[in-house]
Design a protein around this ligand. Structure first.
Ligand code: ZN
Length: 136
């Protein structure tokens, strides 16, 4: 597999509007997109920082993955996303290397990216996401 860069860092927040104000007013970043990903039960806000994005995630359902994360751990860094050239190949490669996957095949994430998560139990504690932008 081939990772080109960190595509984004996902951060779980309780209140998206309030968090956007922090990133804009205090950090001077500009939110360029707000999107709801129904399947993931989240509302997301994106900021560009160089070639890496910050993705803020607010849960739309306490039973969703971000809702549960916040209940257990509170707000904070949720996942790190690596951009890969070929997500299917990467997942196949990792399966052969006996890395535990949450998503055995890619699905659609925010911004129309193809995404898949690796299980934190086999990545030394970090929830990792692979993503490939097939639109470019
Ligand atoms: Zn993500």
């Amino acid at each position: 597999m081939s990772i080109s860069h960190i595509e984004h860092i996902g951060i779980a927040v309780k209140d998206l509007e309030e968090s956007i104000r922090f990133y804009e007013d205090k950090l001077g970043l500009k939110c360029y997109s707000i999107e709801e990903v129904e399947e993931q039960k989240v509302k997301t806000a994106f900021f560009m920082v160089g070639q890496t994005k910050v993705e803020l995630l607010e849960s739309t359902d306490p039973e969703g993955p971000i809702g549960k994360f916040i209940e257990k751990k509170g707000e904070g860094v949720h996942h790190i996303a690596f951009a890969v050239d070929n997500i299917e190949e990467s997942l196949k490669d990792l399966t052969e290397k006996e890395v535990r996957l949450i998503d055995k095949s890619p699905r659609k994430g925010a911004e129309g990216l193809d995404i898949a998560f690796l299980h934190p139990k086999s990545t030394h504690g970090v929830l990792m996401e692979l993503c490939q932008n097939k639109n470019k």
